[in-house]
Design a protein around this ligand. Structure first.
Ligand code: IPE
Ligand code: IPE
Ligand code: MG
Length: 241
């Protein structure tokens, strides 16, 4: 790599929409589930790389609310893959001092997946190097609606509601907003991911299909991020002073 990552300017939180598994498999004449299976390798490589680089939070969009509309056979394949991947990779998380957590309506997952997830979350809860957040049965609108319902259920006076309080009702309440959002597979859309949290995220799109995504791709995205000027509505001059 010609440029070196500046460790003083790392995003604390990177979010990734892991897209393109189906097309990757289809391009090889295989069924879509083969692509999901190979996506796990990309997850392992990316998670390890992110922790080594010094990223504190990594959120992976693994299954959206809308993905429940896929064919039953594909959903089943994804759910059993989730179970086997968590089972196998908890060791990787322990070796790398990585804590696992989830966002989304995880209650709606099959009980086997819930059990596997809960065990891994429990086992890794003392880990401190990085937090890996899996977005499962997640959508941004679901989350915002949920937050609103809970604010009302708690009887919070409408006069008191501000961004800070609202944020406390989101599933990401203890996590800073992602500075960088990556999406693979050449799709330029958000697909209901972290709608509130990405208000000022830098967006990075790559044509790489998720099963081919590796450490170098993550490094490339971070370098690209480090060459941007984040202005948050201010002028260039204000930012540079
Ligand atoms: C991403 O790959 C994985 C999930 C959404 C679960 P896709 O399955 O969306 O793959 P493409 O976009 O059809 O290629
Ligand atoms: C977004 O990918 C969800 C995940 C990667 C989990 P999709 O493949 O479901 O998104 P669309 O349908 O192309 O927008
Ligand atoms: Mg897709």
């Amino acid at each position: 790599m010609s440029q070196i990552i500046d460790t003083n300017n790392l995003p604390k939180h990177i979010a990734i929409t892991m897209d393109g598994n189906g097309r990757w498999a289809e391009s090889k004449g295989k069924i879509r589930a083969f692509g999901h299976k190979n996506g796990v390798k990309a997850v392992r490589d990316t998670v390890e790389a992110a922790a080594e680089i010094g990223i504190k939070f990594l959120t992976l969009y693994a299954f959206s609310t809308e993905n429940w509309s896929r064919p039953k056979s594909e959903i089943n394949a994804l759910m059993s893959l989730l179970v086997s991947a968590i089972n196998k990779e908890t060791k990787t998380l322990m070796n790398n001092n990585i804590k696992l957590s989830t966002i989304g309506a995880t209650d709606s997952l099959p009980s086997k997946a819930k059990k596997e997830l809960n065990e891994a979350i429990e086992e890794t809860k003392g880990n401190t190097r990085m937090t890996l957040i899996l977005a499962l049965s997640y959508s941004g609108r679901w989350e915002i609606l949920n937050a609103t319902k809970n604010l009302i259920a708690d009887g919070i006076n409408h006069e008191k509601i501000n961004e800070q309080i609202f944020q406390q009702y989101l599933t990401t309440k203890s996590v800073p907003d992602p500075e960088l959002l990556i999406r693979t597979s050449g799709e330029y859309r958000i697909s209901n991911f972290l709608l509130w949290q990405i208000a000022y995220s830098e967006l990075y799109f790559t044509n790489r299909l998720w099963p081919d995504f590796r450490r170098q791709d993550l490094e490339k995205a971070i370098l690209n991020y480090q060459n941007r000027e984040r202005r948050f509505g201010k002028t260039k001059k204000q930012i540079q002073n």
